[in-house]
Ligand binder design. Sequence first.
Ligand SMILES: NC(=O)c1ccc[n+]([C@@H]2O[C@H](COP(=O)([O-])OP(=O)(O)OC[C@H]3O[C@@H](n4cnc5c(N)ncnc54)[C@H](OP(=O)(O)O)[C@@H]3O)[C@@H](O)[C@H]2O)c1
Length: 247
Amino acid sequence: MSDAIAGTLLTGARAVVTGASRGVGEAVARSLVAAGAQVALIARGPAALEGIARSLGNRAFGIPCDVRDSTAVQRAVAKITERFEGAPTILVNNAGVFPFAPLQELTIDEFAAAVDANLIAPFRFIRGLLPAMQAARHGHIVTIGSAADRAAFPGNGAYAPTKFGARALHEVLRGETRGTGVRATLVSPGPIDTAIWDAVDPDNRDGKSGLPRRSEMLRPVDVARTVLFALTQPAHVNIDELRVSFS
Ligand SMILES: NC(=O)c1ccc[n+]([C@@H]2O[C@H](COP(=O)([O-])OP(=O)(O)OC[C@H]3O[C@@H](n4cnc5c(N)ncnc54)[C@H](OP(=O)(O)O)[C@@H]3O)[C@@H](O)[C@H]2O)c1
């Protein structure tokens, strides 16, 4: 596909990407802008968002927001709609945390924080953005799941339940929006080399950890390409679920 065609695929689209300050969310935001969309970038830290928005010219802007705060999410949705001068047409629910610990070490606070960021936050954004999409009979909501949304790995005692839940939320959304003009896609990647792995440090664990080395993992841009594939199908096509892993 020529760059000229790629740059018009999402012309007119107004996208919200959560967790856009680095990693997968940043790569998704960059690819949506390259495809012609305007993008609202959500994360907590304003500095990273400002830097990314600046590098994307006038096609993106940052809205600092803690996705665990319902009031802050409501305010962010209102600000984004005002900045876009219209309701968003694409939501990529990507922000997430990965507390990696065996059950006997995982704290209740870590578990609750993971449920809040990985499961309730996607619902907060769906609740904020779906009504306008339904009214317009147009929109697309992408959920970034994980290999751990179907398989429960050791160390994922908090993470896997949140991602199983996020997949269930996606499946309900898909069922409720079928035939309404609003599309829903779950993208479930295997390990991706991002900062999420820094605390786990898979390259310095013993060979029995079962974790891949960072050099073997997917890259954020691989996930961005997958998201773009789902978003750029003809209007009558819904990609329900894509599972992506390193070869
Ligand atoms: N990396 C992997 O191996 C992998 C594999 C499968 C699926 N995933 C999923 O991919 C998504 C992105 O992960 P990543 O690897 O790109 O991780 P990452 O590099 O750590 O990025 C996480 C993003 O989420 C944001 N975030 C976290 N908590 C937030 C909060 N309370 N409020 C607002 N933003 C918050 C972070 O921004 P701030 O910290 O600035 O707020 C950051 O932008 C997650 O849903 C993850 O579960 C990752």
